[in-house]
Structure formats: C-alpha cells, structure tokens
Design a protein around this ligand. Structure first.
Ligand SMILES: Cc1cc2nc3c(=O)[nH]c(=O)nc-3n(C[C@H](O)[C@H](O)[C@H](O)COP(=O)(O)OP(=O)(O)OC[C@H]3O[C@@H](n4cnc5c(N)ncnc54)[C@H](O)[C@@H]3O)c2cc1C
Length: 354
C-alpha cells in the first residue's frame, strides 16, 4: 500500500520545513523526507539571520544573539568600523533553530520522516511515486539543497556556480566589542570573505571562496592571529558546504514538481544569505499550493515564477567584486568614503530579498 500525501517534500532544511508547516496549517497532508537522523544534526550553515527574518518567523530570542557592529578588514588587516543604530544581525544556536522549525512543522500537522532519504521518483497515473513506490503524492517539492536530486530526476535547472565555505567553531574566543569581523582577501577568500563572529556560547571562524578555489581554514586562522587573541580558545566543531551563487535555476518547475530554497538557487549572490529566502519562499510556496488544492486556478509554479527573486543587481555586484577588486585595490580604497558607504549599504540596508 502506497503512503499517500498530497505534498511530499524532499529535504527537511529551512525551506522544506517551513513549506511543510504552511501546508499543514492550511489543512494539506504533507510528508517531509529528510536523510539526516534528526533535526539540527550535521548543520553546515553559520546561521546568521537578519532582524526581519527573526520577526517574520517569531524565532525565540533565547537561541539568538544580537550583533550590531561590523569591523571590516582589508587584506593588509587595516580596518574600518561600520555601525547602524537601527539595524542588527542575529547569530543563532543553529541546531536549536532547526529544531524550532521542525517542531513548528510537526505541531501544525506535518509528518517528518528523518533518516529517510529521497531516492527517486516517477510520474504515474496523475500522481508522483517516490522511492520505488513507497510514497505517492500530487506535488513533489525539491528542497534537497544545492545539489538537488529532484532537479536531476525531473530534468530541472541545476546550480552551477558555488562558493565553498569552511568553518570552525571555537569556545573561549572573545572578540573585543562583540563585533562581527569580516575580512576581505582575494587570496584567502576569493570572491567572498572571511568572518569571525560571536554566536550563542561559541565563536564561528570561517571563510568561503568562489569555486573551483578552496577555502584553507588553517591559513585563514593563522592570518587572524595577527588581530585576534586565540590563546585559550579551542575548536569544538567544524563544518562546511556549498553555497549556490548563480541565481534562480531554470526551469525551477515542471508539472507538479517545484524546486525551493538552495535547490532553486534562491540565495543572495552577494551576501550568500539563504536562510531567510528559504523560509520566506517556503512559506509562500506552501500557502500557494494549499490555495491551488482548495480550488484556486493559478498553478503554484506560475505564482512562484512571478515572485522568486532573480538577484540581477547582486549578480552584477558579485562579478564586479570577483574580477575588479584585487587585494592592492582593496587595501587602497578601504577608508575612502564612497567605499565605506557601499560597504555600509551591503551590510545594513534593510534586506529586500530581491
Ligand atoms: C558554510 C556556510 C555558511 C552559511 N552561512 C549562512 C548564514 O550565515 N546565513 C544565511 O542566511 N545563509 C547561510 N548559508 C546558506 C544557507 O545555509 C542556505 O541557503 C540555507 O540553509 C538553505 O536552506 P535549504 O532548506 O534550501 O537547504 P539546506 O539547508 O541545505 O537543506 C536541505 C536539506 O535537504 C536534505 N537532503 C539533501 N538531499 C536529500 C535527499 N536525497 N533526501 C532527503 N533529504 C535530503 C539535507 O540533509 C538538508 O537537511 C551558509 C551556507 C554555508 C554552506
């Protein structure tokens, strides 16, 4: 006997869980297949969110920490301090954040099957059969991360441009002023940056590079020791992963199969932030499918085609940064007022998701 749900979601990350919550809240039967053994294990993300995200999803305060100040370093380790009185970032206890979204989805009535990978799917008799017929559904959502199997199986667009991130989590490392330290360095962190940021109970030290270059966390840490005191600090966890930065994949849907989150490529190509977009569009996709199942005539893929972000401006800024900002130039312009203004806008302008 097939296990039937109206919607089946491959991947129980931020996108899949929030989509499942919205569907279940609207009375749609939904099952999430997640290959990890439990919510919050094996996290790959730094977990920084913006204030708007915490507000939109009522993220519990006790699993977050506010960070207001940014210290931006040039490759020669000279720095400027950036502040915005009315803006802040939140670092998070990321496993706890993931458990929060998992609990919210389950409370709304979604079924989440951990330790259950999505393996394959075929269309059959108007439904989609998944994992050799073990599951069946009307809609299949690919929320299975940057290298989506769902995209592959249904001949959908796939991410081709990536940053590769690597991070070490430290105990006993305290930053002066509790700031978010960002390091521009096209040798160590080509096309992106390095960071040291206080989180909930720990400090995260990481960097990302535009692939095919690879991040060397040890070389980065060695350089950081020129400006941060690492004595007494110890690494308690390491993580890393791919961040798609090529923008929305095309096509992102075929029939009743729709991609979401990193699978769809909806990550900011400039800031590499994807948690808020994953949650925000996860919620909208869930609500839109529910309306369709309840009789609205507009297909969810057509709704999402109108609202999924394309990031054209941010794509342009990314390409310009990668190609036109060698280290000597970054050293020279760091303290220029126009550069300072641009950096402030990138960090502090209220994030439009677009
Ligand atoms: C090093 C690093 C640091 C980052 N830092 C930030 C940050 O600070 N702030 C921010 O906003 N964004 C950050 N990002 C990006 C952010 O993590 C992602 O954009 C976000 O997690 C996207 O959510 P998602 O649900 O689409 O994908 P994911 O979080 O990748 O979730 C996909 C889920 O699908 C599961 N899965 C995959 N394949 C299968 C399968 N076959 N069957 C079942 N399950 C499967 C995975 O186990 C995973 O749980 C970072 C990314 C990296 C790699």
């Amino acid at each position: 006997m097939l296990n039937y749900s109206e919607v089946l979601i491959a991947g129980g990350g931020f996108a899949g869980l929030e989509c499942a919550r919205a569907l279940a809240a609207a009375g749609i039967s939904v099952t999430v297949l997640e290959r990890k053994k439990a919510a919050g294990v094996g996290m790959h993300t730094t977990g920084i969110i913006v204030g708007e995200c915490a507000e939109e999803f009522s993220v519990p305060e006790h699993i977050t920490r506010k960070v207001r100040d940014v210290r931006l370093f040039a490759p020669n380790l000279k720095y400027i301090d950036l502040q915005a009185a009315d803006y802040f970032f939140l670092t998070t206890d990321t496993p706890a954040l993931m458990r929060y979204f998992s609990d919210e989805a389950e409370k709304a009535g979604a079924t989440i099957l951990y330790d259950t990978p999505y393996e394959n799917a075929v269309e059959k008799n108007g439904n989609i059969e998944v994992n050799n017929g073990a599951f069946s559904c009307k809609f299949l959502i690919g929320a299975d991360g940057p290298r989506s199997k769902v995209a592959d199986h249904f001949n959908l667009g796939q991410n081709t441009k990536f940053l590769l991130g690597a991070e070490a989590e430290y105990e006993g490392l305290n930053l002066p002023q509790n700031s978010f330290y960002c390091f521009l360095d096209q040798t160590l962190a080509y096309g992106y940056l390095g960071w040291v940021i206080p989180s909930v109970g720990v400090t995260q030290v990481g960097l990302a590079c535009r692939m095919p270059k690879k991040p060397d966390i040890d070389a980065f840490t060695a350089n950081m020791k020129n400006v941060i005191d690492f004595s007494g600090a110890k690494v308690v966890a390491r993580r890393g992963g791919l961040i798609p930065v090529g923008g929305l994949v095309s096509p992102f849907a075929r029939g009743n199969v729709i991609l979401l989150g990193d699978s769809a490529g909806i990550v900011s190509p400039l800031t590499a932030g994807g948690i808020h977009t994953a949650l925000h569009y996860g919620k909208i996709l869930g609500e839109t499918i529910a309306k369709y199942m309840h009789g609205n005539s507009v297909h969810p893929a057509n709704v999402m085609a109108k609202i999924y972000p394309r990031f054209y401006l941010k794509q342009g800024m990314r390409v310009a940064y990668e190609n036109l900002a060698p280290n000597f130039l970054l050293n020279a312009i760091l303290t220029n007022p126009p550069f300072k203004k641009l950096a402030s806008d990138v960090f502090f302008k209220r994030k439009t998701l677009l």
